[in-house]
Design a binder for this molecule. Structure first.
Ligand code: C5P
Length: 220
């Protein structure tokens, strides 16, 4: 067994964007770099946890010393998460696409006389809410993220209740902050005790502080 406050613990982390296919060569995605999720997985590993890292196609590479489950779509991410449970804690840092193209084309859609294709969208499963509302087998600690551009604490507090998770790590991603894709993060941690505004910190330091809090919460 390894050392550290999370030795013998299993923590699952989702990270990165998802890619939702339109056809075999095109997809819908978002601008998540996966930097905060990767930093968090590394910090949990450093505290001794066994980490399952379920990641979409991120620009930041996954850390060493964790079990990597690479996925493309939200549906694949949900399946990989379920396959890696049970866990003592689960942290959902992925920027999952809210919608997928309903019935992606099996062949490349050709440009033609019909004009641009009308894409019909279907709603993706909410992975965080699915795990947070599991009965038996629910991780003892379920943590979600919330990317907000205004009223951060209020929106995130409502999200915590709506999703049924224990904590929400809310960050202000309004373009002026430069946080999305950047090296720093300014987060507010929402728990049942209220909202804690953290100073603007490198994503690695946000990860270390969050991992330490997770270790505290799981301590016997
Ligand atoms: O509702 P919203 O997308 O803002 O919620 C963000 C949180 O929910 C994040 O923790 C994200 O990883 C998670 N999420 C998810 N599955 C989805 C959408 C969001 O796990 N389909």
């Amino acid at each position: 067994l390894g050392a550290g406050p999370l030795a013998g613990r299993h923590v699952l982390v989702t990270s990165g964007p998802t890619h939702e296919p339109i056809d075999p060569v095109r997809y819908i995605a978002n601008r998540s770099s996966g930097a905060q999720g990767a930093a968090l997985a590394a910090a949990l590993r450093d505290l001794g946890a066994r980490v399952s890292f379920v990641t979409g196609p991120a620009t930041v590479p996954p850390p060493h010393g964790v079990t990597v489950a690479p996925v493309q779509t939200a549906a694949e991410m949900l399946a990989a998460v379920e396959a890696h449970l049970p866990a003592d804690a689960a942290v959902f840092a992925a920027a999952v696409a809210d919608w997928r193209v309903d019935g992606a084309a099996a062949q490349k859609i050709k440009k033609g006389a019909d004009g641009p294709p009308a894409l019909r969208m279907a709603e993706n499963p909410d992975i965080l809410a699915t795990v947070a509302r599991m009965g038996a087998g629910r991780p003892a600690l379920v943590v979600g993220f919330a990317a907000e551009t205004e009223h951060v604490a209020e929106h995130a507090t409502a999200k915590r209740l709506r999703k049924g998770c224990d904590w929400i790590v809310a960050n202000d991603v309004s373009p002026a902050t430069g946080i999305m894709g950047g090296a720093e993060n300014a987060v507010t941690l929402i728990t049942d005790a209220g909202a804690e505004v953290w100073p603007r910190l490198p994503k690695s330091e946000v990860a270390r502080r969050l991992a330490a809090r997770i270790a505290e919460a799981l301590a016997p």
